[in-house]
Design a protein around this ligand. Structure first.
Ligand SMILES: O=C(O)CCC(=O)C(=O)O
Ligand SMILES: [Fe+2]
Length: 358
């Protein structure tokens, strides 16, 4: 039943949900002490929170429309922009091209990734070009969405920088806009009536994710638990979460929680599901390692962790490319390819074996 998202039934009351803390962006912008503390608790305990009063609602609605227009284009047209099997993220990801678990189960979602850099240099492409439906909405919707999302994420990043005891600018400069990065906007489409995971269990690759959901389906496994809990979409509330890069920079103090996308619960499952996200990622050349040299708090956390836990020896660009490349089914050579796609999942779950030494 495409196009009926607006009239979809409510999220059911009889499924297990994770009650995320609600953080008020208006208060965060003023560095309200209590709200900064609430954000810190959310980021260090669960790694997920709702964000209200973020001021991006209009642009988010436009992104849902743009995503639907683009993902409704004929497959042949979309395939001209496919991301391919080399670990590139930007462009179109066709349905059934990535694995969702160690058994190699095919995914059933398609998505569109638009590079932050391409929006900032528009109309000159930095990385690549996009379908006409994207170009048509660049000025009215996508550029404002990306700019506002960057501002929201950088505001939260500045707060984390202060709370972690880092020198001013130390964390922000790893995300400055003066070099290429993997930052991107994404629209995901899941067909109705599915029974398997749309997006398999994963931790996000980058720094911070700013996500917008209308239908359920997103599930989180709270750190230290083995239980999947739904995140209930709340109108006007974004869902924010910490990704691997920020968890690594902070020596694991900020949590990158495991999550996945399942079919929407209850009667919502009969509807097509769209989601819109913005991912802040470090500049490509930044090496993912802890910032313990600039913060006693981080240095103490790192000292308690196994040797090398927060020093990946890879750049942000290599980290993202490896994870995508290993997820692509064309590159699968058995269960070990799935394990090689993982990031900090073993830390997120406390199960070292999940990462299989990857
Ligand atoms: O669609 C969603 O709700 C979440 C998608 C997600 O986790 C991702 O794209 O990394
Ligand atoms: Fe994710």
């Amino acid at each position: 039943m495409p196009g009926l998202t607006a009239t979809a039934p409510p999220f059911p009351d009889d499924v297990p949900v994770c009650s995320l803390p609600v953080i008020d962006y208006e208060l965060l912008k003023r560095w309200d002490r209590q709200e900064v503390y609430n954000l810190w608790v959310a980021a260090t305990e669960l790694g997920f929170w709702y964000l209200k009063n973020h001021g991006v609602d209009c642009e988010v609605n436009g992104m849902f429309d743009m995503g639907a227009e683009t993902l409704d284009l004929p497959l042949e047209e979309k395939m001209r922009y496919e991301q391919g099997d080399n670990g590139d993220s930007f462009g179109y990801k066709a349905k059934g091209t990535i694995q969702t678990d160690a058994n190699g189960t095919r995914d059933n979602v398609e998505f569109l990734n638009i590079a932050q850099d391409d929006t900032l240099t528009w109309p000159k492409p930095t990385h690549r070009t996009y379908p006409s439906t994207v170009n048509a909405r660049m000025g009215s919707t996508i550029i404002p969405f990306v700019r506002k999302s960057i501002e929201v994420n950088m505001t939260m990043l500045a707060i984390f920088e202060g709370q972690l005891g880092l020198p001013r600018g130390e964390l922000l400069r790893l995300h400055s806009l003066d070099g290429p990065s993997g930052g991107e906007a994404r629209c995901i489409k899941t067909p109705p009536n599915q029974s398997t995971a749309g997006v398999g269990a994963h931790t996000d690759f980058g720094t911070l994710t700013f996500l917008h959901n209308r239908l359920g389906g997103l599930q989180v496994m709270p750190p230290g638990s083995q239980r999947w809990l739904y995140i209930r979409p709340l109108p006007g509330h974004a869902v924010c979460n910490i990704g691997d890069a920020l968890s690594i920079f902070s020596g694991g103090i900020l949590r990158s929680a495991l999550h996945r996308v399942m079919p929407p619960p209850g009667t919502q499952s009969r509807f097509e599901r769209y989601s819109v996200a913005f991912f802040t990622r470090p500049r490509n050349s930044v090496v993912l390692r802890h910032l313990g040299h600039g913060s006693d708090m981080i240095a103490r956390a790192v000292a308690k962790a196994p040797e090398g836990e927060f020093d990946t020896g890879t750049t942000s660009a290599e980290w993202v490319a490896r994870r995508i490349r290993k997820l692509r089914l064309k590159n699968r050579q058995g269960p070990e390819t799935w394990y090689a796609s993982l990031g900090t999942e073993h830390i997120a779950t406390g199960r070292r074996t999940l990462a299989g030494g990857a």
